[in-house]
Design a protein around this ligand. Sequence first.
Ligand SMILES: Cc1cc2nc3c(=O)[nH]c(=O)nc-3n(C[C@H](O)[C@H](O)[C@H](O)COP(=O)(O)OP(=O)(O)OC[C@H]3O[C@@H](n4cnc5c(N)ncnc54)[C@H](O)[C@@H]3O)c2cc1C
Length: 446
Amino acid sequence: MTRYTARHLPALPGTAGWNAIIGDYSSADTPLTGDTTADFVVIGAGFAGLSAARRLQQLQPDARVVVLDACRLAESSAGRNSGFMIDLPHDLISEDYAGAGDDMAMTRLNRGAIAFAGAAVEEYGIARNFFDPAGKVNGAASEAAHAQNESYAQHLAHLGEGYEMLDAAAMQALTGSRHYLSGLYTPGTVMLQPAGYIRGLGAGLIRQGVQICENSPVVGFERQGSDWRVRTVQGSVTTPRVILTVNGHLESFGVAKGRLMQLFLFAVMTPELGADELARLGGQPRWGVTPSDPMGTTVRRIDTGQGGNRIITRTVSALRPGLNPAKDLPRAQRVMQQKFEDRFPQLAGMTMQYGWAGHLCLTLNGVAVARQVDDGVYSGCVQNGLGTARGTLTGICAAELACGVQSDITRHFAVEASPRRLPPQPFREIGANAVIRYKEWKARND
Ligand SMILES: Cc1cc2nc3c(=O)[nH]c(=O)nc-3n(C[C@H](O)[C@H](O)[C@H](O)COP(=O)(O)OP(=O)(O)OC[C@H]3O[C@@H](n4cnc5c(N)ncnc54)[C@H](O)[C@@H]3O)c2cc1C
């Protein structure tokens, strides 16, 4: 009998700050208990899982869809990221512009994902402040980073994409920080309050009849005749089709073993800033700055519509194939405190209210795992750093495959290569973390 067993369950240290600052909510649905049946079971209720459920709902409105998550909505990485839903590829790679076709194809797909999310915001009445199409700035704090921004801007011009270069004074007027030499503004990114968006998506799906069971870790699923029996700690669902949208925990179920880079990222969030602190800070009430060097520091300023006047700082990463980054959080918090003070000396000494780790999954060759993995089992996992837009796409892809539907999204993932095999342990972990530390050191000012 074919059986998939979850060898690890999600365990993320620290408080998911984005979720904490918008208050408690009545449970989406109680944990799964007893035995039931469904037309589709979606495992994982992050960006990918909830997008899969919405796409299933669109394609087969009468189908019974059950979504199971080990945590509460927005407590996992979906509520632990920086909330940039980015339309452009992170890295416009092709030096000679030969890759312009690929860049534009990926950009079109990302924009499709943003439109899909935007339609859900409309339909489900999700607060506009949780989905703000404000664009973002790539900040440069060194000459090398500034040069990178200029080359990126050249490529954008070649693609006919809009952008604006900001000088140091404009960056200070925006952020209140003298840290940046320049910035590259691009308009297509949506700034999410990620927990607000995810909770809103969950609530809308429930109203449409989707059953979402929180605190329902799936311990495994096995063949039962032509169906699968999906087991949680307290119950089971028998279904012909299973959708795995569990991020890097795909490997916990034995799929793509030895091929997924289990990366953990960290972030800290200030307490609500008082009037005096806001006066010292200066700048605009709402903005987001990503680093020109991807190993640098992301900073966001949010306001009362998004959970209070606060600053969120994200940097430091660690590869943990054992899926537990708890030991890395204290060092990460110290580093992030320093990065915060480098940018905002006027707020030096401020104690952060929240600090957390979250999970993202990469492959060596940058591909996703969005495909059928067994008869009636589909994966919508692995986002390679752009999990909000890409997660939406991989979720849609898995749902469409499960319904036998083809689209530009399924065709895009169908021709991707398989994930490349990683070096064996312990070399993988030691080698990758040494490279990460070196790259973080090189990007220390960004
Ligand atoms: C600090 C940080 C900053 C980031 N910033 C950004 C950003 O600005 N923009 C961006 O695009 N991406 C960002 N990311 C990445 C992004 O958060 C992830 O890529 C994204 O959450 C992936 O979506 P997902 O739905 O695939 O996975 P997840 O959001 O992780 O959802 C997977 C779900 O599966 C559940 N699960 C796992 N195993 C089981 C099981 N056995 N049973 C039941 N449920 C299970 C988990 O509880 C989880 O809810 C960031 C990540 C971090 C950590």
